[in-house]
Design a protein around this ligand. Sequence first.
Ligand code: ADP
Ligand code: GLC
Length: 484
Amino acid sequence: MMNIEKKQQVLFVSSEVYPFAKSGGLADVSYGFPRAMSPFFDVEIIMPMYKSIDKKKFGIKPIKLSFKIELGKKKYEVELFATIYNGMKCYFVESKILSNKKYLYGTPESGYKDNDLRFGLFSKAVVEFSKQHKKYDLLHLNDWQSALCALFVKEDASLQTKTLYTIHNMAYQGVFGKETLDKLGLSSAYFDMDALEYYGDINYMKAGIVYADAITTVSPNYAKEILTPEFGCGLDGFLVKHQNKLVGILNGLDLSHFSPASDSALVQNYDTQNYDKKLNNKIAYLKETGLENDALALFVFVGRFTWQKGIEMLVEALDALENQNFNIAILGDGESKYKQQIKEISKKRKNINLFFGYDEELSHRMYGSADFLIMPSLFEPCGLNQLIAMNYGTLPIVSSVGGLKDSVYSLSDFGLNDGYGLGICFDVKTPHALQDAMQKALDLYEEKEKFKEINQHNMQCDFSWKHGSHAYASLYNYLLDSME
Ligand code: ADP
Ligand code: GLC
């Protein structure tokens, strides 16, 4: 008789999942990664039910499971919903304080005041769901919003569940006042520097670091960087203490969502063999935006307007390159001071197109139309934009930090035969570095055949989850093998 071994059950816990709710790369990873893991494990996803999620559109239905969660002196009603999207089962945790707000976490300027309770409740509800629903073998947690799951699992002696905690960005740690411990009904013993205490406050990310069985971050280089004061955002020393369970694994792309050959957002689909057809997208995009002359190089920037993304450097470079012939389109949203700086520079130039807001399809059209993607990040845990750009035959211009360093190899040091994704790389600490890099890009753009060859080469590289999913599968197996 054939012995069909039951796959182990994994619950992937994330505060945002494409297409239900997305503010950045975490949502892309939470969509693509569980799918890439499903040949090896039985993976399901769980996320908060936000007010902005359209239940009808996605066929999200109640699953006849509800319970009460006690936090401090208060009890909260929790109801579970689910849908299957592109073959993946996704559960949603609905509860008043979590689900009655306009935004996911707050405005770019400040998070909601009760985010401690909202995500404390989410994490406790996820652990309760796991207990009542399937007794998952492994909870894969992501960022501070689900970090407390690791603590709640450890507190429950009846649970054998393993936990893996992935850090997507050290800049967001979930830091709240000391009174949060009381609000969550957690023992004051956690107010300790080896537990959740952080300069007199409570830090949710620390719960993931201490109590999870293993920690990953989203690129090997960022795994090294965060052990230093420059990138550790105050937790470098703490991470050094726990570095024996920390590993960096580079993110990948879900190619069903990010492929120029099949992307329905594009006016013209294309692949490596008919790369020249890409020009039709550029022509259509210039028409859409009012930018002129498809013979000029088109640069794009897509991203959150935060310090991390190097907006100030971009504005400075655009100011300095005033007499150059090129077009640039910027798509993003975030802090008003950056919006203001971008608005001001664009008032002075005809060759800048701005779109403030979030628009998934527009971003795809930009990747599919541009010659260059600019990503001058001051730090970048992984970065997906540069991977998307290379897959769309759009040359990345990136700072040499974090995951950018692991995924884009400099054209000055590497060639087509090395097999890596290539781009123009620069060091943010060098004055005028971005400006020089953009100048290099404009020179390369003039060498039409070479430029095309490099982009075609990039399109043939593998930016999928293939490598990453195998690395995670080994880690999952290692953790699950150590189960009693
Ligand atoms: P981060 O997670 O730090 O924001 P990543 O590079 O990992 O950066 O991922 C960003 C993702 O969000 C990419 O899919 C990018 O195309 C998308 N994105 C960012 N800003 C916008 C926007 N304003 N509109 C549409 N897509 C956006
Ligand atoms: C974070 C990081 C980004 C990374 C993404 C997905 O938002 O800023 O670099 O690509 O998470 O892991």
